[in-house]
Design a protein around this ligand. Structure first.
Ligand SMILES: Cc1cc2nc3c(=O)[nH]c(=O)nc-3n(C[C@H](O)[C@H](O)[C@H](O)COP(=O)(O)OP(=O)(O)OC[C@H]3O[C@@H](n4cnc5c(N)ncnc54)[C@H](O)[C@@H]3O)c2cc1C
Length: 532
């Protein structure tokens, strides 16, 4: 058996683990960072992420004429997450985040050379529950890839680099307890199966959520979503399988709200999968018609940007729990996007001209990639031809062409009337276009069957699993709490593993950007608590 020891063990080399390690090194600690993955994937999900971070009262907001305060953000947060007063730790974490994110997350990143796009995005505005009252989603210039690149550079060139031991390919399976204190962990090498034992004065679990295991996602499926869909795609980390959640529970730690998840309704199959059932999460175009499996329009209309959870709830309420989006090439060029670094090369690689070209002329590269490679993306010159392809993909004749033509013609007739029409989708499009950031990415009133805007596209969209909103319950020092609410000596949790703080600081819904932001915020708090 291989043995190692350190002052602090950090399990998981994602964003939370990296930030905790950086802060611990700065505080003079010796750190062992353990990860099951290979070193090429150092950075975990954040490296693949889009890099949107919720921040309050920023320079970018002020420049865009937005007045924002922690009080306003907290009111939005509590309403959107339906966080009631009994949820003590999630509420405290939410309060801490809105009050501290400006200095502890946003400025901390800026001081480390990380910049943001000039206009914050306005996501999760809320539908039945009030959401973001103002735009707060700040996108890292360079996406999550740049975020991780910069932080890893600092880690690797740290003046105390020799105090950091990196161990990749090491799967942690259990925590070690002696005299009611967590003193380390045990596991085995992924490659050789050789067991190891690591000892330290404190252990931080930063191993991510449970959403990389579709079995766990199904087991914890929220009651609001009826039953898990027959086809579910994986948009999380292959190793986010809950092994450490079990290990924490085995030593008496409390794990809460695992049925709260931030899944998306716009999932399509990745054509170069890096894990089983690998799904991409599309940002569903607002000007597309959102249809159920029979080709009937989902009414009231589904429009992205208001309540991501509601989109999932609505699709899961259907007999077959997937949906279709119907659009044309003009809409696709302007509005179609894929979340994450992989399919946003101009932002990821910080290419200003390409970014402006994509924004003003449309993202031809992305639309062509999806059309040519993705099994769920269909294209045709006429609606009858498209319906034939949709039915062929579904394997039956569920979509009635005549009914769908009538639906589209009726919608197009409303579109012509502009913002004064009766159609809620068109009204919402008019609403979002009032914000500069959305106007650039949303078509003016665009008919589906306009001949010059073709060809037509149909996209079959599945639910794609993404983030765990629940997790290990922690106090504000990130100490893992037991069933009685007492801290377990020596045991800390950070990042998605801790439900981004308190075992679920977002509540039922997230204002978005609280995931990356939450990892930075609570990892810094964990390191500070240990150092003090
Ligand atoms: C495509 C995409 C886009 C996203 N966009 C955004 C966004 O714009 N804004 C936002 O806020 N969030 C976004 N997210 C979510 C965000 O990236 C994650 O919530 C966050 O990065 C989680 O970080 P983490 O450090 O907690 O966990 P992870 O990144 O999951 O890292 C956990 C690490 O632990 C390791 N591990 C797991 N189990 C074990 C074990 N048993 N033993 C040893 N090691 C183990 C894993 O290998 C992994 O490296 C996005 C996610 C994806 C996939």
């Amino acid at each position: 058996m291989e043995r190692l020891d350190s002052e602090v063990i950090v399990i998981g080399a994602g964003l939370a683990g990296i930030v905790a390690s950086l802060e611990l090194l700065a505080a003079g600690k010796r750190v062992a960072l353990l990860d099951r993955d290979i070193e090429a994937n150092f950075g975990g999900l954040a490296k693949e992420s889009f890099g949107g971070i919720l921040a309050v009262g920023t320079r970018e907001q002020r420049r865009a004429g937005i007045t924002d305060t922690p009080d306003l953000a907290l009111a939005d947060w509590i309403s959107f997450g339906e966080l009631d007063a009994a949820e003590t730790w999630p509420r405290r974490w939410a309060e801490a985040y809105v009050n501290e994110c400006h200095d502890e997350v946003y400025l901390w990143l800026k001081e480390r050379g990380i910049g943001f796009l000039p206009i914050p995005h306005w996501v999760e505005r809320g539908q039945t529950q009030r959401g973001n009252s103002v735009p707060r989603w700040h996108i890292v210039w360079g996406t999550g890839q740049e975020l991780i690149r910069q932080l890893l550079e600092r880690l690797r060139s740290h003046p105390r680099r020799e105090a950091l031991a990196l161990h990749f390919g090491q799967r942690v399976e259990e925590l070690m307890v002696e005299d009611r204190r967590v003193v380390g962990c045990r596991g085995r090498s992924e490659a050789s199966g050789r067991p190891f034992e690591a000892r330290a004065g404190a252990v931080i679990v930063a191993s991510g959520g449970i959403n990389g295991s579709l079995e766990r996602v199904r087991a914890h499926w929220h009651a609001d979503w009826r039953k898990p869909p027959a086809t579910l795609l994986n948009g999380s980390h292959a190793f986010a399988d809950g092994t450490l959640h079990d290990a924490v529970q085995a030593v008496g730690g409390r794990v809460t709200h695992l049925d709260r998840m931030w899944n998306y309704a716009g999932g399509v199959h990745h054509w170069r999968p890096r894990k089983p059932d690998h799904g991409l999460s599309l940002v569903p175009p607002r000007s597309a018609l959102w249809l159920n499996w029979r080709g009937d329009r989902l009414l009231p209309p589904l429009v992205t940007g208001f309540d991501t959870r509601d989109l999932v709830t609505r699709v899961c309420a259907e007999d077959r729990q997937y949906s279709w989006q119907l659009l044309n090439r003009r809409i696709a060029l302007k509005e179609l996007a894929v979340s994450g670094a992989e399919f946003n090369p101009s932002i990821r690689d910080k290419k200003k001209l390409a970014f402006l070209r994509d924004m003003f002329l449309g993202n031809r590269w992305l639309v062509d990639q999806l059309r040519d490679n993705c099994i769920d993306v269909l294209c045709a010159d006429t609606l009858p031809e498209l319906v034939r392809k949709m039915n062929a993909l579904q394997g039956d004749e569920a979509i009635d062409c005549g009914r769908l033509v009538a639906t589209v013609v009726a919608y197009d007739a409303q579109v012509v009337l502009g913002e004064h029409c009766q159609d809620e989708q068109v009204q919402r499009i008019a609403q979002v276009r009032k914000w500069r950031g959305d106007r650039l990415r949303t078509c003016g009133f665009q008919k589906i069957l306009e001949p010059q805007a073709g060809p037509l596209f149909a996209i079959r969209e599945f639910i794609v699993s993404r983030k765990s909103l629940g997790g290990m319950q922690t106090d504000l020092d990130c100490r893992v709490l037991d069933a009685a609410g007492d801290p377990i000596a020596g045991l800390y949790a950070a990042g998605e593993a801790a439900g981004f703080g308190g075992g679920g600081m977002n509540g039922l819904r997230a204002l978005e950007g609280t995931f990356l932001g939450g990892c930075i915020h609570n990892a810094r708090r964990a390191a500070r608590a240990i150092s003090q």
